[in-house]
Write a protein that binds this ligand. Structure first.
Ligand code: ADP
Ligand code: ASP
Ligand code: MG
Length: 825
């Protein structure tokens, strides 16, 4: 046996495995339609990518619909135009088209298969030359259909070679259009004819764009008509899903090639998608949605250049998707003005010609240039005059936008420098259409997009932690959203506690969110949360961590990896090991995630913020010291020896001033963590172990249960009595102080009980207050002091809101330019 035949046998077995895997998938799932647009089939690389997508995503009973490769339809149209004027460039253009096809065929297929396809191509070209010689107008549709024919033939041959058995089907052999003007499909006949052509063990690759009319003559579905072909096929095959694979990863708020600030719309309501198609968005041909009305197939747009990025879903969505706005335009239109277009007849004409816009009060309809003759003929029967003016339109599209007066105001304002013929509202209220006398410029599109959408970026908010402070944070949210402009595009989408979670992609009503959480939350599963966060439809997502949970802080890494921003009151992550902390910072930086934690130290007091700001401004911190624990502040401000320390401690516990286990305060660990967080913010690479910590709980009390500890708490008294007595002798007091210093001798950090003169800034605080003292290059002899409540429901929730506003402001300013694989990446 030769090596060659060995390889052949292995290849055959592998091929068999691929086919049988596809066979196994057969019938298990409903039919899927995959449509590849011309831009996804424009070159050898593009076609290879499409083949990979088919291999991964298709089963044998699925349907692949193709457009002509790249600009082939434009080239064929050009050939037609050259033929009409009998240009001497005609034959050169034909040979160019032929060469491009030949190159694709020979680069993508094995020689033996390439030969037969090239022979077919040559036959078609010979036919084309004959049509041009005889009567080009009679063969106009056949000429245009060549692009899709070649494309289907080639892709099917590649699939046969590399992926699975496949047959190319010419849609003209089954798809019948009843009414060419409206492109209405004869579904019964088309379905019966398609059934005869489909082979169950072969993946069908079907030509988009082309069909036959009732008389049996070839026709097309209009430019970009393959999108429509795809949804027609979904209706004919009862497909569950239609994917339009194109060169952008979704529908944007404007053409991303022209408007670099355009935002991807993750979910587009059906009505809006229909209107976008009608008004010229090339991603969706005007009729694309029509066949889906009855068949219920799901439609989405995805990028063949970046198959793993989630695209745009088209369907029925809630308020947030309905709020989105986009801008689209169409040039080369005509404004037809006639008294016949006044009133009901105008409405009838608009319907008859699927007019882009109509104003029956002024007797105006906006139509395609190609409809001029038909409109003139229609009016001739009414015996009235008509005046045609070349126009363009620029439109703002959004769900029920006609009811949103502020959008109209912004739209009008954005057009103030523009000569304007009219602003029309579409029949279904999903658009404002400005009719202008000149073609729409790039500058105009960008200006209108900027003014109308305000380049708004939608921010989703998930709140983790529904305890005391979490609830206050939620309570404050409605008034914050109403008051603070930076929160205009913020949407509360989730609330989680340690046990329950409520997520709503469409947003929770902020006024009643906590009640909704209590009534409708489900059991909390970390994986569900991460999964949702991986696929959320927001431009930005912020998680506010108001939990004390170490486990939740361990999610910051996956959050950052998903580009999610974190506001943490939780101290765990910021005081974790140096390696973990640095990794988190690095990850946040890499993924452009913001991480704010002003409330980790001193509740709402702007201490983290101040240190951050000094460092960012070029100052150098030499010392950070103070009283960082509200509980220890209260205890030592109130401890005057009149009553034993344990009695005071139990009173503090009863008043909710200490943790449920007061040893969590007395251990000093919380203060140690806070000092670590501030020292790190000041730019020092420190670990918790680098900070000496005096545990105020003697070893004998450390291992006991909380009850046992409280029963034996009088053991604490001796020590504090002695410390206080010594201090009083020196006209001093005792305070639990955190100190960090960076001197020539090196870095020192400790948290401990200190004796301080009564005149010291730390000596006389309002019980519970925190104080922070910073000595820096700029604040030398007269240090910076920040003092105030370092704990409490309102101030902590307020501090978290301050971080939220800060994050939203930064996100609003975040310069963003669309990055599209295959376009500018
Ligand atoms: P295909 O070749 O897949 O049929 P088209 O070229 O017809 O694709 O449509 C995709 C193109 O549509 C994109 O390259 C983009 O430039 C353009 N486009 C115009 N408006 C939009 C929009 N709002 N969102 C996305 N793409 C748009
Ligand atoms: N090839 C056709 C066109 O360029 C149809 C399509 O691509 O959807 O308009
Ligand atoms: Mg297209």
């Amino acid at each position: 046996m030769s090596i060659q035949s060995d390889i052949a046998q292995i290849e055959e077995q592998e091929q068999e495995q691929v086919w049988s895997a596809m066979h196994n998938k057969l019938c298990k799932q409903a039919v899927q339609v995959h449509k590849f647009g011309g831009s996804s089939l424009a070159s050898v690389e593009c076609i290879n990518r499409a083949v990979d997508i088919i291999q991964v995503n298709c089963k044998l009973d699925d349907v692949v619909v193709v457009s002509a490769n790249g600009d082939t339809t434009d080239e064929l149209l050009h050939i037609y135009e050259l033929a009409v004027v009998q240009s001497d460039k005609l034959h050169h253009e034909i040979s160019q088209v032929k060469d491009r096809q030949t190159k694709l065929i020979s680069s993508l297929l094995k020689t033996v298969h390439a030969h037969s396809l090239i022979a077919l191509l040559e036959h078609d070209i010979a036919l084309l030359v004959k049509w041009l010689q005889v009567d080009i107008n009679a063969h106009y549709s056949e000429l245009l259909a060549l692009g899709e024919l070649w494309s289907a033939r080639l892709l099917s041959a590649i699939l046969n070679e590399r992926v699975c058995p496949s047959n190319a089907i010419d849609a003209r052999d089954f798809l019948v259009i009843n009414n060419e003007e409206q492109c209405a499909v004869d579904y019964d006949l088309s379905q019966r004819q398609l059934a005869l052509l489909r082979e169950p063990s072969k993946l069908a690759v079907i030509t988009g764009f082309v069909a036959r009319n009732e008389q049996g003559l070839p026709c097309t579905l209009g430019r970009n008509g393959s999108d429509y072909s795809a949804t027609i096929l979904a209706a004919l095959t009862a497909a569950q899903n239609v994917t339009l694979w194109t060169d952008v990863d979704g529908i944007y708020s404007a053409d991303p090639r022209v408007v670099p600030n355009a935002r991807k719309l993750h979910r587009v309501p059906r009505g809006v998608a229909k209107e976008l198609g009608r008004l010229g968005n090339p991603v969706l041909h005007a009729k694309t949605l029509q066949p889906l009305n009855d068949c219920g197939s799901h439609l989405h747009v995805a990028s063949s250049f970046d198959a793993n990025t989630a695209g745009t879903e088209i369907g029925d969505f809630g308020q947030i998707a309905k709020q989105e706005l986009s801008v689209t335009h169409l040039n080369d239109l005509l404004l037809a003005q006639s008294v016949s277009f006044l009133g009901d007849v105008g409405k009838q004409a608009a319907k008859e010609f699927s007019a882009i816009g109509v104003d029956v009060a002024k007797g105006q309809i906006v139509i395609q240039q190609s409809q001029q003759l038909a409109v003139s003929q229609w009016l001739a029967s009414h015996d009235t005059e008509v005046r045609f003016t070349p126009v363009a339109i620029i439109a703002v599209v959004g769900h029920n936008v006609a009811q949103r007066g502020n959008v109209k105001v912004r739209f009008k304002r954005s057009l103030r420098a523009q000569q304007l013929i009219a602003i029309l509202t579409s029949e279904r209220q999903h658009s404002f259409i400005a009719v202008i006398p000149q073609p729409c410029t790039t500058e105009l599109l960008n200006n209108v997009h900027h003014d109308v959408t305000k380049d708004a970026r939608h921010i989703g908010l998930v709140i983790a932690g529904a305890g005391n402070i979490g609830q206050r944070f939620i309570e404050l949210l409605p008034s914050q959203v109403a008051k603070v402009p930076a929160l205009e595009n913020l949407h509360l989408v989730g609330i989680a506690s340690s046990k329950r979670i409520l997520l709503n992609t469409d947003g929770l009503d902020v006024e009643s969110s906590f009640e909704q959480f209590e009534q409708h939350s489900k059991s909390y599963q970390q994986d569900d949360l991460l999964n949702w966060l991986t696929h959320h439809p927001y431009d930005e997502l912020v998680v506010v961590d108001i939990t004390p949970s170490k486990a939740f802080s361990e999610l910051y890494q996956p959050f950052f990896e998903r580009g999610i921003h974190v506001i943490g009151a939780n101290k765990w992550a910021a005081s974790s090991s140096t390696a973990n902390y640095n990794k988190l910072l690095q990850s946040a930086k890499e993924h452009d995630s913001l991480w704010l934690g002003n409330t980790t130290v001193g509740a709402g007091l702007p201490i983290n913020f101040a240190i951050d700001d000094l460092i960012a401004s070029g100052d150098e911190i030499e010392e950070i010291s103070g009283i960082f624990s509200g509980t220890l502040s209260w205890l030592f401000e109130n401890y005057d020896g009149q009553q034993p320390f344990d009695v005071l401690l139990k009173q503090a516990l009863a008043d909710g001033i200490t943790e449920p286990d007061p040893r969590d305060d007395l251990s000093g660990l919380d203060v140690q963590r806070k000092l670590l967080i501030l020292a790190r913010l000041a730019g020092f690479e420190l670990a918790l172990e680098d900070i000496d910590c005096q545990n105020l709980v003697p070893a004998s009390l450390q291992a006991l249960s909380v009850e046992q500890f409280l029963d034996n708490a009088e053991q604490l008294n001796d020590y504090f009595e002695k410390q206080l007595a010594q201090a009083v002798q020196q006209k001093s007091c005792i305070r639990y102080v955190a100190r960090f210093s960076n001197t020539k001798a090196g870095v020192k950090a400790k948290v401990s009980l200190e004796t301080l003169p009564q005149t010291d800034a730390f000596a006389s605080l309002t019980p519970c207050d925190n104080i922070f003292k910073i000595v820096s290059s700029w604040y030398q002899d007269n240090p910076l002091i920040i003092r105030g409540p370092g704990a409490g429901r309102d101030v902590t929730a307020g501090g978290l809101h301050s971080d939220l506003v800060n994050v939203c402001n930064q996100l609003a300013k975040k310069a963003h330019q669309v990055k599209l694989k295959g376009i500018n990446e």
